[in-house]
Design a protein around this ligand. Sequence first.
Ligand code: C2E
Ligand code: CA
Ligand code: CA
Ligand code: CA
Length: 279
Amino acid sequence: AKNSGRNRWQLFSPSLHTEILERQTLLQDLRGALTNNELFVVYQPIVELSTRRICKVEALLRWQHKTRGLIGPDVFIPMAEESGLITSLGDFVFKESVKQLSQWRSTVAPELIVSINTSTYQYNESGKYLNHWYQYIEQMEVPFDAIILEITESMLMHQHENVSKQLLTFRDHGIHVALDDFGTGYSSLAYLNQLDIDFIKIDKSFIRDLDTGKSAQDLCEAIISMAHKLGLQVIAEGIETESQLSFLTSFQCDMGQGYLYAKPLPVKELTTLLAEKNI
Ligand code: C2E
Ligand code: CA
Ligand code: CA
Ligand code: CA
C-alpha cells in the first residue's frame, strides 16, 4: 500500500530488492522480539536546571537483536508503526516503565516522574488500546500525575481528532502530556492552542544551534517565554555543552536532558545515579 505507483521501476533494481527482503526479515524478527525478551527500556534523566536535580526520566526503547546487535528505535519504531506492531510495543514500554517507576518511587526516588513516548497509531477512535492503562497504573500504585505521555507534533497531523480526544481523557485522570520535538512540525502554535498540554520539549536541533548563532538563541528564548505565558513548562532536549546549558538557564528554561548530564541508562546504572543524587 505504501509508495505504490511512484518509482515502480525501482523494484527491479537489485539493491532495492535486497533492501526490501532485508526489511521483511527484520520485521519478522521484530514480531518475535517481544516474546524472545529482546526488547528493553533505558532511561534518560531529565534535570531541573535551577537545582540540577533529576526530576524525571524519559523511557526509550531498545532492541538487542540476537545476531545484529543493538538496533535503535529510529530503525524499528517506524517499522512497528507501519505493521501495527506498535500497539504491543507501546504497551510493553508503558508497562515496563510504570512498573519500574513504582519501584524507584518506593525506594530511591519517591518523587520521580516517568515520561513515555507514544505514537499516534496507538490512539484509536474508541480508545480500546489504551483504556487498560488506567487500571495498570492503579495496580502499580503510582499516582496518575507521575506519568507524562509524549506525543510528537508531526504525528499529530494524522489522527488528530482521536488523539486529542484521548489525550483529554488522560488529562482528566491527571496524567500529563508533553509535545515532543517542538518546533520541527508545521503547526506547532496551532497545537499549543488546541491541545491541553503541560510540557513542550524543544527539539535538539534548536539546542545544537545555540552555540552557533544569535538567531537560534533568540528563537529558543522566544519559545520559552511564549510557553511560560501559556502556562507550560519547557524541557530542552539534547543538551551537550556547558554553553548550551548556560543559554538555556539564562532564558529561564525549566528542565533539560542530554549527554552533558547523562545518556539513556539501563535500570541498574540509573538506580545507582538516583541513589547518589538522593532526589
Ligand atoms: P526522542 O523522543 O526525540 O528521543 C530523544 C533522542 O535523543 C533519543 O534517541 C536520545 O537517546 C537522544 N539523545 C538524548 N540526549 C542526547 C544528546 O545530548 N545528543 C544527541 N545527539 N542525542 C541525544 P533514541 O533513544 O535513539 O530515540 C530516537 C527516537 O525513537 C525518539 O526520539 C522517539 O521518537 C523514538 N522512540 C524511542 N523509544 C520509543 C518508544 O518507546 N515509543 C515510541 N513511539 N517511540 C520511541
Ligand atoms: Ca521523546
Ligand atoms: Ca524529542
Ligand atoms: Ca524524535
